[in-house]
Design a protein around this ligand. Structure first.
Ligand code: AMP
Ligand code: GLY
Length: 420
């Protein structure tokens, strides 16, 4: 099987790496890719946001499967164009991608499908926002309705801050606060059925102890030994299956990864958000532990024929993100990175590239999240020790990383401790 991966981040590197290690996959291609992906795939300088160009590339190479990594190409209609060209694609249509593209749409689908989630009110004016905030009380949760790369959400006890955020965004979704550990569950969907991957946790705040602003994720681990063993089963039954049925009923069957962000509340798992792609870095440890072939799984989903449940090996995996100076408000480009080869040589460690580039023959930073160091181990503590030992070998100016990834489970939603 020949596979083309669309995107250039850590998620796409982790996917390309897993595909390159799958004996059922003969060739891995990527567009546009990054220096890390270039080590395991053939790179193509094609604009990932150009549906016609991606479809033409897939046809030219003669791939059997296109895997679309990030949400931006999905929201640009890349999966639709590839599907129209007759090539199987793992990734939802534009219409189905609205589950991530519009938080209000996601809430509407969840309500229609009776999926457990936070109660929410959509507000379009400051007056409506004030009324909704008063109804729910603190802590306040205010979400920009449009895609905002994780930066559109604030959780705060400060009413003035909540009101100001609502005013800046325009159309917002205001929600009941969910208190409980936060979990990432990835469902591989073929339009009608789904299999869950092993759950993971993502550490979202920039600083140790869950302090500082939200990021795209500073580290992750799997499995969650403390969680109920039937968690994945319960989420498929209560969340994923009804959502797939509702999307199919609307004529927009969902094919791809439905990323269910959950809060495990005392009243059971509730959905915090849907994304329509794998989460990064949360997917990284999950892929490291996947035992069954990734290529066949994604191809089966893309062709509506899921029939074989994915399996996972024993042990654990931990990923520690190395971010550039200024992240998450900004990022620093062009800082020379050293030590990547030494880190990658540590047993059971992969160095995943998220925001890197080559400049004058040297590896440099090229984004907010630069690298992720991922390790496999006998258990979480062992994997964690290996990940940090390898991460210690890497340096660049202004490097930021958390020192407490997977030190203990994320007990409560990190947001709860932030702006109290
Ligand atoms: P989202 O973009 O919807 O995932 O929100 C970003 C982060 O804000 C989540 O990962 C949570 O940590 C937090 N958050 C979002 N919604 C809620 C909620 N209803 N209750 C508590 N925390 C939330
Ligand atoms: N790690 C969070 C996300 O990918 O949205």
């Amino acid at each position: 099987m020949k596979v083309l991966v669309i995107g250039n981040g850590g998620r796409e590197h982790a996917l390309a790496l897993a595909l390159s290690r799958d004996p059922g996959v003969s060739e891995v291609h990527a567009a546009p890719g990054n220096p890390g992906i270039g080590a395991v795939a053939t790179l193509h300088a094609v604009d990932p946001l150009d549906p016609a160009a991606v479809a033409a590339l897939a046809a030219d190479i003669g791939v059997d499967l296109v895997v679309v990594g990030p949400e931006a190409p999905l929201v640009a209609g890349v999966a639709d164009a590839v599907r129209a060209a007759g090539v199987p694609v793992f990734g939802p249509s534009l219409e189905a991608a609205r589950l991530e593209g519009s938080k209000a749409f996601a809430k509407e689908v969840m309500a229609a499908a009776s999926v457990p989630t936070a109660r929410a009110i959509t507000a379009e004016t400051p007056e409506q926002a004030a009324a909704a905030l008063a109804e729910f009380g603190p802590p306040y949760v205010v979400k920009d309705d449009a895609l905002a790369a994780g930066k559109g959400v604030i959780v705060t006890r400060d009413l003035a801050e909540a009101l100001a955020h609502a005013e800046t965004c325009g159309r917002v979704v205001i929600e009941e606060f969910l208190d409980g550990p936060e979990v990432s569950l990835f469902a591989i969907c073929d339009g009608h059925g789904a299999y869950a991957l092993q759950p993971a946790q993502d550490f979202k705040r920039i600083l140790d102890g869950g302090l500082g602003p939200n990021t795209g994720g500073m580290g992750s681990y799997s499995p969650l030994t403390w969680a109920r063993p039937d968690l994945a089963e319960v989420v498929i039954e209560q969340v994923v299956s009804p959502t797939l049925a509702e999307m199919a009923r609307r004529g927009a069957p969902f094919v791809g990864c439905l990323y269910v962000g959950l809060a495990l509340t005392s009243a059971g798992p509730k959905v915090i958000e849907f994304n329509v792609r794998f989460g990064d870095p949360d997917i990284q440890p999950v892929l490291a532990l996947l035992d069954s072939p990734l290529g066949a799984l994604l191809h089966a989903a893309a062709t509506g024929k899921l029939a074989t449940e994915p399996t996972f090996r024993d042990g654990a995996s931990v990923t520690v993100v190395l971010a550039s100076a200024g992240y998450p408000e900004s990022s620093s480009k062009g800082d020379v990175i050293t030590g990547v080869e030494d880190a990658a040589a540590v047993e059971n460690v992969d160095v995943i590239h998220a925001g890197t580039a080559m400049a004058a023959g040297r590896l440099v930073t090229a984004g907010g999240r630069v690298l992720a160091v991922r390790a496999l181990g006998a258990d979480v503590a062992d994997a964690r020790a290996r990940a940090y030992a390898a991460a210690d070998l890497i340096s660049f100016d202004g490097m930021q990383r958390r020192s407490d990834i997977a030190a203990e489970p994320l007990g409560v939603v990190e947001g709860a401790s932030l702006t109290g």
